[in-house]
Design a protein around this ligand. Sequence first.
Ligand SMILES: Nc1ncnc2c1ncn2[C@@H]1O[C@H](COP(=O)(O)OP(=O)(O)OP(=O)(O)O)[C@@H](O)[C@H]1O
Length: 291
Amino acid sequence: MRLRGVGRRYGLAGPWVLRGVDLDLPARALVRVEGANGTGKSTLLRLLAGIDAPSEGRITGRGPRTAYVPERFSAALPFTAAGYLAHLGRIHGLRPADAAARASGRLTRFGAAAHAGTPLAELSKGTSQKVAVAQALLAEPELLVLDEAWTGLDTEARGELDLAVVERVAAGATVVYVDHDPHRLAGAVDAAYRVEGQALVPAPLAAPDAAPGPRILIEATCAPGTPLPARLPGAPEGTAAPDGTARLTVPAAHSDALLGALLTARPPWHISQVTAAGARAGRPASRDGAP
Ligand SMILES: Nc1ncnc2c1ncn2[C@@H]1O[C@H](COP(=O)(O)OP(=O)(O)OP(=O)(O)O)[C@@H](O)[C@H]1O
């Protein structure tokens, strides 16, 4: 996706919020946008998501599957949380039974299963935000735009969203996000930009050492006594036990490479579980439980 000479102002004679923005967003990339309060980050994200149009300039190459999570989500629609997600699933072309199953799975993943039957209008702010995140992930978007989507989520749901973002990028998507936490997803970010004045300028990436970002725990098995392959990518922490089980943690950015190395090793390792490191012990990454 490309932005060329993009500008946005509100009202015909309003001040320019953004002007002369040129940006290339490749596939399979995690892109952070930062900037001081009120500089135009949300304005840029709405333009990227296509829910607002530039006042000047051109945006091209946006794919059909785009999802957006706003800073504050409130859907004043006559649906329950699960009904709303299932409805969106059907709009995305899923069969009713598949849409209902996927809706339920997404609510479970973000710890909102207990509120599946609650009308949208009665959801707490945190649960509404979980529904917003669940709806964005429903269509497996190729462009995912997150405007402080972590705000209002509990710790577990924040970890799930970190993991879901990393998964989307690994699946080939472009994910663009704003978050007040400078360490959010640090170590996994491919490019960062700062809104300054009316311009968008490249920003330095947070050092992975200072802020390692999400880590993934990979549990694998092989024949008892098999040593781990040498020089595994991502410098994973952990060892293989004599019974042939291994528990390894790596920065999320390296988890795909590590999985690939284990699966193609000689002899190959069988992957038994992949979870967010720091998730409750022994529970899979897609877990249930109320907030
Ligand atoms: N719908 C709108 N109508 C008029 N002005 C707007 C609108 N949306 C944003 N603005 C103005 O555009 C400027 C940039 O706002 P925007 O919300 O994009 O900034 P931001 O960097 O996301 O802010 P924050 O960090 O507070 O979330 C602000 O001056 C804001 O008042």
